[in-house]
Design a protein around this ligand. Sequence first.
Ligand code: PSU
Ligand code: MN
Length: 300
Amino acid sequence: MRFSPEVADALGAGRPVVALESTLLAHGLPRPDNRAAADEVEAAVRAGGAVPATVAVLDGVPHVGLTAEQVDRVCGDPDLAKLGVRDLPVATALGLSGATTVSSTALLAERAGVAVFATGGLGGVHRQSADTFDESADLVALARTTLVVVCAGVKSILDVPATLERLETLSVTVVGYRTRTFPGFYVADSGSAVDWSVADPAQAAAVFTARRDVSPGAVVVANPLPEDEQLDRDLHDRVIADALAAADAYGVRGKEVTPFVLDHLHRASEGATLAVNVRLVLRNAELAGRIAAALAGAAR
Ligand code: PSU
Ligand code: MN
């Protein structure tokens, strides 16, 4: 594993660090917009008071914290692999490069000693999963990795109630950030409830500290978009139905499903889903920065 100098310094000094995944850049956002978004997300972590550590595997080496040239590579290479936990050993053994998902970023972040992680939306149980068995490896990974994940819920292309049931089975702690309704990624309210909420970054940090004492596993902090920043509801429902039908018609399977559907949404909504996706990632990154700062303060 290789650290950027800034991340290595911050970790050594006990200063707050936030891990960022690279699949959302390489496979979730279109080129070239993803490159600007990468910088904005890192800036949002800094605005929250922490050092950003974008994670990716380059030429077989897991990197925690990337240089500008390395971010160029992640955002510019159309053939970059998408690496979940099961793909990591192949990439490292064979010297390959790839972007890391929530599952593999969480694993690498935990190993690196980074306790807070920001993303857009978690992977989860896909609609039709009873036929396809398609459930993201993110869920099982979060049961095994001990860190805070800040997200806007799970991607609303998924079966949200089923995903929440699986998170319960897996004993992943889920708290809403200032809400008891589970956010719906592009929209503020998924229609499902959460049992608990935290009022500020210090409470989120306290829940995480307590979680560490109980058992391994993640604390998901679900941070909704404000209603006036969410995607128009009708547009949301229409384009998602359309994208899922297209994925089905083209026979898209496995790890291609999520990138295909997100890309379809960005086109079908003429960029509206893209703008909302970037906005929610930025909000999550800033909140993650604040939670990391609260954790570092409490440890002092
Ligand atoms: N959040 C976003 N955009 C994304 C993702 C998350 O706003 O593209 C990515 C994450 O990397 C997540 C992955 O781990 O989608 C889930 O993919 P799958 O459904 O194949 O497990
Ligand atoms: Mn899948």
